[in-house]
Design a protein around this ligand. Structure first.
Ligand SMILES: Nc1ncnc2c1ncn2[C@@H]1O[C@H](COP(=O)(O)OP(=O)(O)OP(=O)(O)O)[C@@H](O)[C@H]1O
Length: 286
């Protein structure tokens, strides 16, 4: 079962018919068939999976889109034997990039049809599952601003981040009871946000651990160096970042925070957030 989000990235909406034809031709070539469904709105992918999951013994449910689409599709597959597949067509494609899934449609289809299922960890912020990264602070603020843009894609993301950067002020958090001021507090299951922005270059999807990455307040002029470290997998060498590997953590905030899960912004209605890992909880085709 393939679920396409025509709102993902910049190309999928325009070329959905080409994508659909290519999927069907690969399915035929590999001696199987493809059920292709389109999402109509936010959260619809989760409904489509739930409605159709028991209809057949699916080889995989494939997210055709970005990290938000993977999240919506993987959520109901946690703890089941049905693997998720990914054809990365989003703006950031963090999970697909971490997993080394090719970004070109034909290459990712070849990998999908020739791949095998393996298990990976997933994380939770209270009851909200995530698979790639989640967090609060600057990343969530940017996620929120990005979701309000008409155009998606990398250029919009860079533009939104750059504008938000100048006015953004670090916030107060309590992490496991310890007070901290942070520019951002990211929780990494996979190593990157997307677009090869490696917040936790050493993160593993199979180690039963989440990495909490706290970026401490830094002078504005240092932003370029931090961005360089982010895109060259050198964040570990920065004096402004702290890492903690955890299976469980409690984050408290002064007011209910805006968070993001896999890049999707969400306004919490509580100031207490429990972070948990669900080891080996999702099957994924690689
Ligand atoms: N038919 C639709 N119309 C509008 N929005 C949709 C539709 N289907 C899904 N969505 C929403 O589109 C948003 C973006 O999806 P997705 O995250 O896959 O793409 P992206 O943000 O471009 O990529 P990435 O997360 O990799 O940066 C999600 O919030 C999703 O719920």
């Amino acid at each position: 079962m393939f679920i396409l989000n025509p709102n993902s990235g910049t190309a999928l909406g325009k070329y959905a018919d080409v994508v659909e034809k290519t999927i069907r031709s690969f399915a035929k070539k590999y001696g199987t068939d493809a059920t292709i469904l389109f999402t109509k709105e936010r959260a619809h992918a989760t409904e489509l999976v739930a409605e159709n999951l028991t209809a057949r013994n699916w080889q995989a449910v494939v997210a055709v889109g970005g990290d938000g689409t993977v999240n919506e599709i993987a959520k109901p597959l946690v703890g089941t034997n049905t693997p998720v597949g990914i054809l990365p067509m989003g703006s950031g494609n963090g999970l697909a990039r971490h997993l080394g899934i090719p970004l070109k449609l034909e290459a990712s289809l070849k990998r999908l049809f020739e791949g095998t299922a393996t298990t990976m960890d997933s994380g939770q912020l209270n009851e909200i599952p995530f698979f790639c990264t989640a967090g609060m602070g600057f990343d969530a603020y940017v996620g929120h601003l990005f979701s309000q843009q008409i155009e998606r894609g990398l250029a919009t993301y860079v533009n939104v981040s750059f504008q938000a950067y100048w006015s953004y002020k670090p916030q107060h958090f309590r992490l496991n009871g310890l007070d901290t001021n942070a520019f951002s507090l990211s929780i990494a299951n996979a190593g990157q946000f997307g677009n090869n922005a490696w917040i936790a270059p050493e993160a593993s999807l199979q180690d039963g651990l989440l990495d909490i990455c706290t970026i401490k307040p830094f002078p504005k002029w240092y932003g370029t160096a931090l961005a360089y470290q982010l895109f060259t997998r050198q964040m570990k060498s920065s004096k402004y970042i702290d890492y903690q590997s955890i299976t469980h953590a409690v984050i408290e905030t002064d007011i209910p925070p805006m968070i993001h899960y896999d890049g999707e912004p969400f306004q919490m209605d509580t100031t207490r957030i429990e972070v948990r890992i669900k080891p080996q909880s999702l099957k994924v085709i690689l």
